[in-house]
Design a protein around this ligand. Structure first.
Ligand SMILES: *[C@@H]1O[C@H](CO)[C@@H](O)[C@H](O)[C@H]1NC(C)=O
Ligand SMILES: *[C@@H]1O[C@H](CO)[C@@H](O)[C@H](O)[C@H]1NC(C)=O
Ligand SMILES: *[C@@H]1O[C@H](CO)[C@@H](O)[C@H](O)[C@H]1NC(C)=O
Ligand SMILES: *[C@@H]1O[C@H](CO)[C@@H](O)[C@H](O)[C@H]1NC(C)=O
Ligand SMILES: *[C@@H]1O[C@H](CO)[C@@H](O)[C@H](O)[C@H]1NC(C)=O
Length: 732
């Protein structure tokens, strides 16, 4: 029988169609081999036949070499659980047959204490309509139509509206009709049915008139269709929803939660329970595991959905909290504007990886796929639930409480946390100040973070809801206060020995003009570059003041014309960001409210990173030879920045640029079918025409030289695995 599920899964995850046919091999066939390369860097392409010294260039210590030289271990059949769940999870949830635990999708929250019960949730009555649309308050979760109270999403009333499940249906029953979404005040009417003033911004006619959005097949006003699972001008085309791993082709994705086919379990439905005869599927065959496996082996927890999939279910726009989504016709697309996309990308990469194991006993590491950052935004405050330990309060309090609850949930249900004191557990913290606010109980684990701040610390976020310095106390729910209860103080934000600063996700389109995608290298006419928030409307401690002070000096001194220093927001420095970076020599890496993905931007464009953040490591700085390709300037020396950069000899500049070309591929995420196909397509499209229009290198080559080889090799994901491999013994 044809491996149908393989086909389904690949087409769901990738661009589909012909794009995937482009391979590095196709590209070589078009004559890349004919190009003369004057230096050793790219005489040899980075592909499976590359030497260890090429693959491990710029690495410090043995982590890369040891990974590549390891002996494969024998593949073993994965264990299959058969522990039943109480009451068949009321036919709503998905049973985790390893531990007999019901994983439930999001549902109308029934409060467990009197205070919550007294509040009408989302301000709606039993008919799912708002109690009084002339009353203000709780604006994010209010609804001028029919509320989906499982996910706190609003839909139209009326002919094109929602028809909720019949009264008395079991929890989780699907609606009789989905209906057109009616999201936020932007699309709601400005009066009530009886003509009183309401909180909406549209006229009543635009929504509920004869040609209104909710009443007409040819409405005068079309609400933007941004919700996961629906597409089209009228938001009535059902499309796939996004789930990490896309339910392995063995289940149906419901806004981030997988409803598995009977007999399958796990948060991506990857596992057949022991008592069923599995149908042919990718999981049964696991071709990549057929003979041998390489370490590290990683067990990905099926978390209580509240810490993971429910966050996805309760987000509203499909591009929030995720690295990819679907569009009309079920075509996949990468999400380019969600800066915390590593949460779902790393998770999905692990689910699909040959390093994944289903056997906790053979696992080297345990990955905890929490979605705390998604709670910080958009979930927190958009509905009246969920919250962690206390309604209200700064969002960073909820983040640390989610992490504490997640750790304790794991510890209560599995023996693996206590076995090694949590040292072999791996957590990703993508939020602005990374792991600074993580509870002390989680400090033994490996932390992957974007924020490499070392040493003692206090919060430096200029976004006050993220300030973890201030305690939160509640007389009944948190009488001892958040700090004492969750115990977050006293640890570093990042320990360069056990933790790793990983790149934030930059999609291929973000660095489309870079020679890393095979373009000819361009001459670099800008000495020093930064475009972004320069703190014009921020508190003074934003960016530790660095962006603001360089900006002020550059504007006051006319540095653009005099020194080629371009800094500012897009009104100061208009044009194409990728083009700019690809033509700059030095690029500023300065903090924002915490991390800011500027080391990634610099490296992906062959621009020398200039790190001006005292005591902060940039991406992979603990495992790469940073000083060979990057510059560090103390915050106190910012005033001399131009002199410092101009004093670096040209020979050293060229050396650093060439070194970037030997390691920049580690800063891109290239794992998962969608990213792989996108990168191969782009590399294949760039014929090997060089900057001067000829097919040979200019006499004085421009560095870094264009990338050659397999664009998925030794990417950010591989680098994380290679680092983890080096940490196995230290976590025993
Ligand atoms: C258990 O619930 C599932 C739905 O989650 C349903 O398909 C199945 O038939 C139920 N099994 C029993 C024995 O009730
Ligand atoms: C639009 O639909 C609503 C809900 O069914 C209804 O009350 C209203 O009268 C309709 N408007 C028009 C102009 O038909
Ligand atoms: C897209 O997927 C949805 C959900 O699985 C399905 O209902 C729809 O028919 C699909 N559309 C196309 C064009 O394949
Ligand atoms: C807080 O964490 C530190 C470091 O792990 C520990 O020494 C201390 O006992 C903890 N305090 C409480 C109140 O649990
Ligand atoms: C880092 O690279 C420089 C050359 O740029 C070299 O001199 C130095 O030995 C390297 N350091 C390590 C630890 O490999």
């Amino acid at each position: 029988m044809a491996p149908l599920h393989v086909v389904v899964l690949l087409s769901l995850l990738s661009l589909g169609g012909t794009e995937r046919l482009h391979t590095a091999g196709d590209r070589d066939g078009k004559g890349v081999g004919a190009v003369r390369h004057p230096t050793s860097e790219r005489k040899h392409a980075l592909d499976q036949s590359a030497s260890i010294s090429l693959r491990c260039a710029m690495t410090v210590g043995g982590w890369c070499r040891d990974f590549l030289e390891q002996t494969k271990i024998k593949w073993m059949a994965p264990p299959r659980g058969d522990t039943p769940c109480p009451n068949n999870c009321s036919s709503v949830g998905r049973c985790n047959y390893d531990i007999g635990y019901c994983d439930c999708p999001s549902q109308r929250h029934v409060g467990s204490n009197a205070e919550e019960m007294a509040q009408p949730l989302s301000h709606i009555g039993p008919d799912m309509r708002d109690l009084d649309t002339s009353a203000y308050g709780n604006m994010y979760s209010r609804c001028a139509g029919i509320c989906d109270d499982d996910n706190a999403v609003c839909y139209c009333d009326g002919p094109f509206g929602r028809i909720p499940p019949a009264p008395g249906s079991p929890a989780g029953a699907p609606p009789l009709k989905v209906g057109r979404p009616l999201l936020t005040s932007y699309s709601s009417p400005d009066t009530t049915w009886s003509g009183q003033k309401s909180w909406g911004e549209r006229t009543r006619d635009e929504v509920y008139g004869e040609r209104g959005w909710c009443n007409s097949s040819t409405p005068v006003f079309n609400m933007p269709c941004i919700i996961d699972g629906l597409a089209g001008d009228l938001c009535d085309e059902p499309i796939e929803h996004m789930c990490p791993g896309q339910c392995s082709g063995q289940g149906v994705c419901n806004l981030g939660f997988c409803n598995c086919d009977p007999g399958y379990y796990g948060h991506d439905c990857a596992r057949p329970r022991a008592s069923v005869k599995p149908k042919p599927s990718r999981i049964l065959t696991q071709p990549w595991l057929a003979t041998a496996v390489i370490r590290p082996l990683i067990y990905v927890y099926d978390l209580e959905p509240l810490f993971q999939s429910k966050m996805l279910q309760m987000r509203i726009p499909s591009s929030w909290c995720v690295h990819r989504k679907y569009q009309s016709g079920n075509r996949s697309e990468l999400v380019s504007n969600w800066v915390y996309a590593a949460d779902t990308l790393l998770h999905e990469s692990l689910l699909l990886s040959e390093h994944r194991t289903f056997d906790p006993d053979e696992a080297d590491f345990f990955y905890v796929p929490h979605m705390a950052t998604c709670h910080a935004f958009p979930i927190n405050g958009w509905a009246d639930w969920p919250w962690f330990h206390l309604p209200g309060g700064p969002r960073v309090m909820h983040l640390s409480n989610i992490i504490l609850d997640t750790k304790r949930w794991i510890q209560a249900r599995y023996p693996f946390w206590d076995r090694r004191g949590g040292r072999d557990h791996v957590w990703l913290f993508t939020h602005d100040e990374g792991a600074c606010w993580v509870p002390n109980e989680v400090t033994p684990s490996v932390w992957l973070t974007h924020w490499g701040r070392m040493g003692p610390h206090t919060s430096n976020s200029a976004f006050l809801a993220d300030d973890y310095n201030h305690d939160v106390i509640h007389p009944t729910l948190l009488p001892k206060g958040w700090h004492a209860t969750t115990n977050i103080t006293g640890h570093v934000c990042y320990d360069p020995v056990k933790d790793l600063v990983v790149p934030s996700v930059k999609v291929p389109g973000h660095y489309q003009h870079s020679a890393l995608q095979g373009h000819p290298a361009k001459p670099r006419d800008k000495l020093f570059y930064f475009r972004g928030d320069v703190g014009k409307h921020r508190l003074t401690h934003y960016s530790r003041g660095v962006r603001q002070s360089i900006y002020k000096m550059a504007i006051d001194g006319g540095w653009g014309k005099t020194h080629g220093v371009w800094i500012g927001d897009s009104s100061d420095v208009p044009g194409d960001y990728s083009e700019h970076l690809a033509t700059s020599i030095f690029c500023l890496v300065a903090a924002g409210d915490g991390w800011s993905g500027r080391a990634e931007d610099a490296m992906l464009h062959g621009c020398i990173p200039v790190n001006i953040q005292d005591g902060v490591h940039t991406v992979f700085q603990s495992i790469l030879n940073y000083s060979s390709y990057g510059v560090t300037v103390a915050e106190k020396d910012v005033k001399d920045i131009v002199q410092i950069l101009k004093a670096i000899p040209e020979r050293q500049v060229h050396s650093m640029q060439a070194h970037i070309g030997r390691v920049w591929h580690r800063f891109r995420w290239a794992t998962t079918p969608l990213l792989e196909s996108e990168l191969r397509r782009r590399l294949g499209e760039h014929a090997p025409i060089l900057a001067d229009g000829t097919d040979h290198e200019p006499i004085t080559p421009l560095y870094p030289l264009p990338f050659r080889g397999d664009p998925t090799m030794d990417d950010a994901f591989d680098t994380v695995l290679q680092f983890l491999h080096s940490r196995i013994n230290a976590t025993r």
